[in-house]
Structures are given as structure tokens and as C-alpha cells.
Write a new protein. Structure first.
Length: 437
């Protein structure tokens, strides 16, 4: 990813230096296991660790690869330059390139997942804080973009919290699923290497041995991982879209924090645009873009081909770096989001009580009016509000068919706003697992 949308900690995971360091650790641990089995001399295994503090020369490895046309061989050649060819002759004993490449990729994905999980904790904390802050801040709920019935801003934040909490649970499962390693040799049969080596190396790296690999670790694991990132990105966009709608001039129920000195437009000095959430919408597309290639990587020829390799070199860093940046940006947006409770009330009252139509409908049916007639009575008065700007309650009170079924007090009572927020605490208890009081 370009530096504009990248944070150092995640970027470092995908640097060539980090990759070669993991390659080295795999090879060194494998030598220790081979020495323990008596396959190679212990002094040779110990010699490999002489390179423990070596800064591997990326340019030198690239230079060797230009000749060998093989990245792992180029690295092993460079390693031999540090520890000596005699001690290096037992390195990579019985292993194949995929043992190193696939195990390294999974180490990187596990580390990336740990950062993303921390990012999600940060976002969840921001959503929870704002949910409680605006638990009772009433706003109009919308369906199809049209006024529906009252809700609260706290419930909006709580809904996003619950969605992101599900995303975190999925990512935890995806992390567990991707945390496998394979040191099983050509075509995965362990013909030239003992399974103990795989168990030993995986234990050192915090992985589980892949139960069965065909020279490569099965790519359904990776498909699940990237699909999970895609779902999280979609949830992120879901939040961003809501904020963008709320910031529209005609709505203005909330807006991104506009910092001192910030400029909204090169042409129009009055502009305050939702640039961060628009950016998040775009970044979500980039993350989801990696899902289909990951799915297509599942099908490989026989025991192995490398059609997946070039794909993963791109999508692994791109998806994780982008999502890391985006989750942190979204947490900041939520934390600093400016909320306008009065504008929410003004918007809700724009059509003068119209949003209470369902309560009146239900009251009419409970008083003995058929549902068809009740709907007709409520709708004909509601249309006067839409088309003529009338007051819904006043129209109902002036309708003789309505007042024949409901008294003035019964009609007045149907416009109590508190009716719509009476179960907010119950919902909060379900979402946050605690007593909001």
C-alpha cells in the first residue's frame, strides 16, 4: 500500500527484512530439531545461530536471485555467506521452498491479525463510549431514507458496536484457522523429513502443525481469512455511510470533527465535507477487492502450483495494511464525531407528529376499528401532513371518524416520545452484557 494509507507497525510485518528474518528462524529451528533427532550434527545446528544478529542484505539477496531465479535459494546462498558453506550444508535438510514460504506467510498473517484485533478493540471502545453518551438522545429512525419512527443515537452506536463485535469474533476464529505451519517436504509426505521437525518449528513460532499439506498449506484457510477482512471492511463502510448521511446539509445530525485551519474545498470556503468517511468507503472497497482472488487461490493443480503466490504477495500486505489504517481512522472519527441533538429533534418534528402514525393505527384497531379502516383513517390524515404541511395530531382530533373511536386524551397520549425509548436499557443490556443503570 502507498504510505498515505499505511501505519508503520503493520507495514513492518511485510518488509523484506521481516520476511527474511522469519525465513531464517524457520531454518534455524528446523536445524535444531534435526540435530535433536540425530540427522545433522549439533555443532552444525548451533552454527546456524551465529547469524542470529545478522542484518540480512536485501540487495545482496536480490542480486543472487537475479542469477538463480529462485528466492529461497538466493536467501540460503546469502545465509551460507554468513555462517560458512560447510555449516550451511545441512540447512534446509529435507525441506521444500513452500515449507518456508507458507509457514512465513501464516506467521505474518497471525501478527497482522493481532494488530487488527487491537484496532478493533480501540474502535469498539469508542463506539461503546458514544453509545452510552447518547443512549437517550432521540433521533428519527429512517427506512428507505424516509422518516419512520423515533430511535436514539445511542442505539445507532450500539448497533454498530454489536456488528463490529461480531467482526472481532470472526477475526479471532480466522486468526486461529490461519495459525498453522508446514515443514513436510516435497508433496507433503514427510519422506525426507521427520514430522517431529514440523512440530518443533511450529511450537517455536506459536503455530499448530498443518494436519495434512500437499507441499502447500491448503488455501481455504487463507480464503476464510481474507473473507473475514472483507466482512469487517463492509461493516466499517456501513458506519461510514451512516455518518455521511447524517452530515448532509439538509440533515446535519452529526458531522466529522472539523479542525482549526482545515479547509473543505479549494473553491468554496464554506464547505465542511465528510472526507474521512468518504475515504473509509473507498478503503473498504480496496479490502474487499482481495477477497475474490483469495477464493480463487483455493484451487491449485495437483499437490502444488504457484498461481496463488503472486496474488498473495499483493493482497496480504494490501488488505491488512489498508484495514489497519482504516480501523484506526474510523475509531478517531467516532471518538471526535460532533453530534447535534437539537437538529435531530428538529428533523423528527419536521412533519409535525407524522412519525406517530403506527401508534394511532394500533390504537384504532384495539378500539374495534378494522385494520383496513384504521389504515385508511390514519393514512388520509397523514397525507395532509405530507402534502399540505398540516399538524398530524390536530388533523386526527378534527376527524370525526377517528374521534368516534378514540378520545382526545387517547389521541394525545399516542404522541408521547418516551413510548419509543422505553426498551433502550433492555437493548443496551443485550449488546453490552451489563446493566446500563
Amino acid at each position: 500500500m502507498i504510505p498515505r494509507y499505511a501505519r508503520p507497525e503493520m507495514t513492518e510485518i511485510w518488509s523484506p527484512e521481516t520476511k527474511f528474518r522469519i525465513w531464517y528462524e524457520i531454518e534455524a529451528h528446523a536445524c535444531d530439531a534435526q540435530a535433536e533427532l540425530g540427522v545433522i550434527p549439533k555443532e552444525n545446528a548451533a552454527a546456524v545461530w551465529r547469524a542470529k544478529d545478522v542484518e540480512f542484505d536485501v540487495a545482496r539477496i536480490d542480486e543472487i536471485e537475479a542469477v538463480t531465479k529462485h528466492d529461497v535459494i538466493a536467501f540460503l546462498t546469502h545465509l551460507a555467506e554468513h555462517i560458512g558453506s560447510d555449516d550451511a550444508r545441512f540447512v534446509h535438510q529435507g525441506m521444500t521452498s513452500s515449507d518456508v514460504l507458507d509457514t512465513t506467510l501464516n506467521v505474518q498473517l497471525v501478527r497482522a491479525a493481532d494488530i487488527l484485533l487491537a484496532d478493533m478493540d480501540k474502535l469498539l471502545a469508542a463506539l461503546k463510549k458514544r453509545a452510552y453518551e447518547h443512549k437517550d438522545t432521540v433521533r428519527i429512525g429512517r427506512s428507505h431514507g424516509i422518516h419512520a419512527e423515533p430511535t436514539t443515537m445511542g442505539l445507532t452506536f450500539a448497533r454498530f458496536y454489536a456488528e463490529m463485535a461480531r467482526g472481532k469474533t470472526r477475526l479471532e476464529r480466522a486468526r486461529e484457522e490461519i495459525a498453522t505451519g508446514a515443514i513436510s517436504g516435497a508433496v507433503g509426505t514427510f519422506a525426507n523429513i521427520d514430522p517431529f521437525v514440523e512440530e518443533y518449528v511450529c511450537r517455536q513460532l506459536g503455530l499448530k502443525p498443518e494436519p495434512i499439506s500437499t507441499q502447500v498449506i491448503p488455501r481455504d484457510r487463507h480464503a476464510m481469512f481474507f473473507a473475514t477482512l472483507g466482512v469487517i471492511a463492509s461493516s466499517m463502510e456501513n458506519i461510514a455511510i451512516e455518518i455521511r448521511h447524517m452530515q448532509r446539509t439538509e440533515v446535519l445530525e452529526a458531522e466529522e470533527f472539523f479542525s482549526p485551519g482545515q479547509k473543505g474545498s479549494s473553491a468554496m470556503p464554506h464547505k465542511r465535507n465528510p472526507v474521512l468517511t468518504e475515504n473509509l468507503t473507498g478503503l473498504a472497497r480496496l479490502v474487499r477487492m482481495t477477497v475474490v482472488p483469495a477464493m480463487e487461490n483455493v484451487a491449485l493443480w495437483h499437490e502444488r502450483d504457484i498461481s496463488h503466490s503472486s496474488v498473495e504477495r499483493g493482497i496480504a500486505p494490501d488488505a491488512t495494511i489498508t484495514l489497519d489504517f482504516a480501523l484506526n481512522r474510523l475509531a478517531g472519527v467516532i471518538d471526535k464525531l460532533v453530534v447535534y441533538p437539537q437538529n435531530m429533534l428538529n428533523n423528527m418534528n419536521k412533519f409535525k407528529g407524522l412519525v406517530m402514525s403506527q401508534r394511532v393505527l394500533l390504537a384504532l384497531t384495539q378500539s374495534g376499528v378494522s385494520r383496513e379502516d384504521a389504515y385508511r383513517l390514519v393514512q388520509r390524515n397523514a397525507m395532509k401532513v405530507w402534502e399540505q404541511g398540516k399538524d398530524f395530531k390536530e388533523e386526527l382530533l378534527a376527524d370525526s371518524e377517528v374521534t368516534a373511536a378514540l378520545s382526545r386524551d387517547e389521541i394525545e397520549e399516542k404522541f408521547d416520545l418516551g413510548y419509543h425509548t422505553k426498551h433502550v436499557d433492555t437493548i443496551f443490556a443485550r449488546v453490552f452484557g451489563e446493566n446500563p443503570a
